[in-house]
Write a protein that binds this ligand. Sequence first.
Ligand code: NAP
Ligand code: GDD
Length: 357
Amino acid sequence: MKTALITGVTGQDGAYLSELLLKKGYLVHGIKRRSSSFNTQRINHLYQDLHTDNANFQLHYGDLSDSTNLIRIIQETQPDEIYNLAAMSHVKVSFETPEYTANVDGIGVLRLLEAVRLLKMTDKTKIYQASTSELYGSDQAVPQNEKTPFYPRSPYAVAKLFAYWTIINYREAYGMFASNGILFNHESPLRGETFVTRKITMAVAAIAAGKQQKLFLGNLDAKRDWGHAKDYAEGMWRILQHAKPDDFVLATGITTTVREFARQAFAVLGIAIEFSGEGVNEKGIISAVSNTEFKHLNEGDEVITIDERYFRPTEVDLLIGDASKAHRELGWKPTSTLSEIIAEMTNNDYNLIKRNI
Ligand code: NAP
Ligand code: GDD
């Protein structure tokens, strides 16, 4: 039985990866942060009472800002594979908490690598680092692949750049099996509620259910390469099963604007919207409602308004990835289309709101 340690186990990707590794027969250890309210909603269904014999999913309190804690957990759990998913992962929030973001997303990775080295586990333990398409920043080449230069545009991306190179440095300096997955945006019904996709699908559900009037958004022109988190968890695992440590882009190769994502999400529930106006004056207006359940919605209702507070000091305008290396060397390919993802997320949020969750 292989043993995996997942940092960031309570996040979107942590939940999908835990499910995947448990299905593959791994003993899975996860690091969760202490918080004053429950933060394990995404993994509660996997939880096993510690008193159960041979519980194969075990949680440990920890934090990437605490070296001694990481050393102790790694020593106790003796992982064959570490998946470092923990991060302050919100780009906009990183402008407000830059020092914390650098500490956790950048130095945190160094702490993890040093812990493995100090414990003399460099030959035993493989490490996956959650690198990101945000590293590309300003769109320097289209599409972006493993050879495209980086130009980070946020404290988050700068911290992740430090982490990316630290992984490569430890691979070269100490022969560690340390790999970067440069993942483009991936979404799901488990996506954090302040990322734009989930913010949109939750608002569409609330507007349809008569519980919210408007959705306030920032830059509608931003383009993202959106895939499904479940597919990307499979890719993370494949990266660590590869014959040698290396860096891989995971992406769909298709890019879509935030505006189009919102249009499609409303359409899932039978609400057609059209956009008019420009810049901060752009609005999303209902042009037709085919679902007869929604009697409170009328043609002409304004349901999307721009709020400049959601603009970023420096924006990443266009992301579109070329995952041909992962396809060629890992046999990895995304299986969900964006319209399937939008339908899954919107229907899920509508069902939740109808059940009053
Ligand atoms: P997420 O839902 O925000 O989850 C982040 C996880 O990190 C949560 O479990 C969070 O704990 C934990 N965490 C935050 N700060 C921590 C700290 N100081 N110490 C320990 N744990 C901490 O993010 P995600 O979407 O699953 O993404 C997983 C990783 O992939 C992140 O590193 C992200 O930057 C990277 N990434 C994501 C995408 C994407 O599109 N999703 C794309 C590229 C890269 P709480 O639950 O307690 O907050
Ligand atoms: N969050 C948010 N909220 N974003 C908005 C909004 C809004 O109201 N309105 C427009 N946007 C735009 C943002 O300006 C950005 O261009 C785009 O929507 C996507 O924003 P997010 O969903 O917050 O994701 P992100 O692309 O900044 O970052 C995500 O993907 C990265 C990989 O490229 C995160 O998951 C990062 O952790 C990840 O590394």
